[in-house]
Unconditional design. Structure first.
Length: 199
């Protein structure tokens, strides 16, 4: 697995004024941030096929530049767009949360294979075509993030009115807001007012 630390230029993530996660985990963050989130709400980048194709082409190019791996050409159709929506929903449920006793999502249609490189190291290579290849790339990045202890730093903002996915760069991994000024202060004001009403 790669320990690359350059950041992907993350268009879905940038629109929320959030810094991209390091290396390939930014691909996962990008998918999660295609959702309609933030204050004010941004449009869902997977809501229609043209928007989804534009996002995917740019994101895969950026991922390739950040990781040094070639970006596969992907022909995305409406079925694939729907599948990416489903994967995004399942990954949102996992980001920043241990699976625990809940049944973990299964991605049976995302193929991958193990290969031995000329350096003797075993690597996971994406499989499938179209949307299956995209899901395979994303899950490989999740695996890499878990092995390098980055996965626990990919979180969804605790403000229920927000929903932006951010990479927690705090030393002790204690961040809960994608932007404290925007979401943290608003939550503190609401809590303060609620305490005032009960006293």
């Amino acid at each position: 697995m790669s320990l690359e630390v350059r950041s992907v230029v993350a268009t879905a993530t940038q629109r929320y004024d959030v810094e991209a996660a390091p290396g390939g985990v930014a691909l996962v963050q990008e998918l999660l941030n295609t959702t309609s989130a933030g204050k004010p709400r941004k449009p869902d980048l997977l809501a229609d096929l043209d928007s989804a194709r534009g996002w995917l082409d740019r994101t895969l190019d950026d991922w390739s530049a950040a990781t040094g791996r070639p970006a596969p050409p992907i022909e995305l159709d409406d079925v694939g767009r729907e599948q990416l929506l489903d994967v995004r929903e399942q990954l949102h449920a996992l980001a920043g949360h241990p699976v625990g006793g809940e049944r973990a999502p299964s991605f049976d249609s995302a193929g991958a294979r193990l290969v031995i490189g000329s350096d003797g190291l075993v690597r996971v290579e994406p499989g499938g075509t179209g949307w299956r290849r995209v899901v395979s790339l994303i899950l490989i990045e999740v695996l890499d993030a878990q092995q390098t202890d980055q996965w626990r730093r990919l979180k969804t903002c605790h403000n229920p009115r927000c929903g932006v996915t951010f990479y927690d760069r705090s030393r002790n991994n204690s961040g809960v807001w994608h932007d404290f000024r925007v979401c943290g202060n608003a939550a503190n004001v609401r809590a303060h007012r609620a305490r005032g009403r009960t006293s």
